[in-house]
Design a binder for this molecule. Sequence first.
Ligand code: KIV
Length: 259
Amino acid sequence: MTKITIKKILKKKNKSNITCLTAYSKNIAQIIDKYCDIILVGDSLANVLYGMKNTKEIKLDTMILHGRTVKNATKRSLVVFDMPYNTYSNKFLAYKNAKKVMSLTKCDGIKLEGGKKIVNIIKYLTKKGIPVMGHVGLLPQTSSSFKVKGRKSLQRKHIFEDAMTISKSGAFAMVIECVVESLAKIITKNSSIPTIGIGASKYCDGQILVTDDMLGLSSYFPRFVKKYLDLNKLIDKSVKNYVKDVKMRKFPSWKNTYK
Ligand code: KIV
């Protein structure tokens, strides 16, 4: 078992695809750790786990609890902590919160959403020794529209410029979320750091999905999600069978009973 480091992630650019998934809990982290290069403790847990309306509602301390749980359950993958909304609105606040996150969770790096607007924050954090992953394209923390990006030329230009800025900011990788294929391709070609796509085509240097989505546990499935399992259906069937067994006194059987 060799630990995935940031150096190894950087070396994968133009060589082999980087594999990433999200995790919020010990059980999921332990499985993913065997296969993925990067585990993201995503702020998507606001919607996915806590049923909040959007990611803006999740608090730093709640994220820290999940970050520590995932990191403790992980031996191999690089664990990245998603900084929640409003925790990095200026470089001093960002550093204070990032330091707290790194010391309490022991995660390997943090992720921040944004392009040119946050470049000074990324530069400041990386100079202070905090590894940062960027995130461009659709930005769930601040976006008002959850539509694919990069079809209109002005929007395409802005996202490309954001990505190039992040590429030179000191960040070690960047997520590209929900952009058209041609834009993801040109960003990846021109970026010196690896790009990790979610809804951003096969041309990125790696891919990430929300684990609950690819397992079929979520109730929301955008086009870019491939369901590898219909866990929702399996859980439904199992709960139905359990309830039936209890009602018919088939559970617990002798196998589940102490004598
Ligand atoms: O919060 C999250 O899970 C993310 C991924 C969708 C990239 O940011």
